[in-house]
Design a protein around this ligand. Sequence first.
Ligand SMILES: [Cu+2]
Length: 351
Amino acid sequence: MSGLISILLTGLVFVIIYQIAKASEYATILRGEEKINARVNRTMAILLVAFFLLGLYGIWVCHEALIDKMLPVSASEHGVEYDRMFLVTLAVTGIVFLITQTILFWFAYRYQSTEKRTSFFYAHNNKLELVWTTIPAIAMAVLVAIGLRNWMNMTSAAPKEAMVVEVVGKQFNWIVRYPGKDGVMGKRDFRKINDANNVLGLDWNDKDNMDDVVAQNGELHLVVNKPVSILIGSRDVIHDVGLPHFRMKMDAVPGIVTTIWFTPTITTTKMKEITGNKDFVYEISCDQMCGKGHYSMRGTVIVETQAEYDAWMAKQQSYYASNNAAPAAAPAAEGTAPEQKTDSVKAITMK
Ligand SMILES: [Cu+2]
């Protein structure tokens, strides 16, 4: 409602300005042009300065209103670098914006048209051209170079000691797989995907799969100060693993494994203290519009100590054991996959 009122008010202001301009045009005809033109010029110059000051005030109001809603301090090593880059870029562009806009509006006011002054014709100056082309080009090149360095860091090969997890998107949730005790992810085959008992299409002929742990609730457990390499995939359409608190994001593309790695530096418990929010959770947001349930595609990240992680992992049953150990659910033969798929669709509908 307040939005509508603001739009109406803005419209009204423009109508008033238009009417004033129109009225002064008629007055000009009646009272002689020169005198009126000078007055209109002056009004316009003052309005321009007012517009500029109002804009600056608007920036300040937005800043005050939204600063508390900004993300808290970065919870990863890469993120600290990323934030620094963001601040440097904002500082450079912000200072340039302030200087150029102040000069622009000041000139419009100071050098408004009067009868006493004729315009100064200044066609070309090579030195000036060189200065205002070279300086921005160098500044931009430096900013791009910093960005590229950060990008290379994020997408480079993960350190050897990194733990590996797999995050797979599907409409509309995240499935997380841990490699189990052997530290190796088993093979996957999309033809074996079955919502009833094999959501990732793990190949049960591959022994590496036997101890893999799968969390279907999108809960990603990470160890603080330990690098993590995330293998990202999708079962259906393009999603995007967004990890805003770690300043990370990467597309989840069907048929391709994309990767990112980072080192979480703040545990969930510690972040609750920092933010003063006892319900704080790190989230995985889907950053790619992927369908009607996109808004609800949210996973959680739990950053904990190695001991807490080990205790949690010790309680997890392997996906194979929890889905295939029961006598009724023998390992699926390939030929039966389509039928199972139908069953799984029914199972979902039942829920
Ligand atoms: Cu999505």
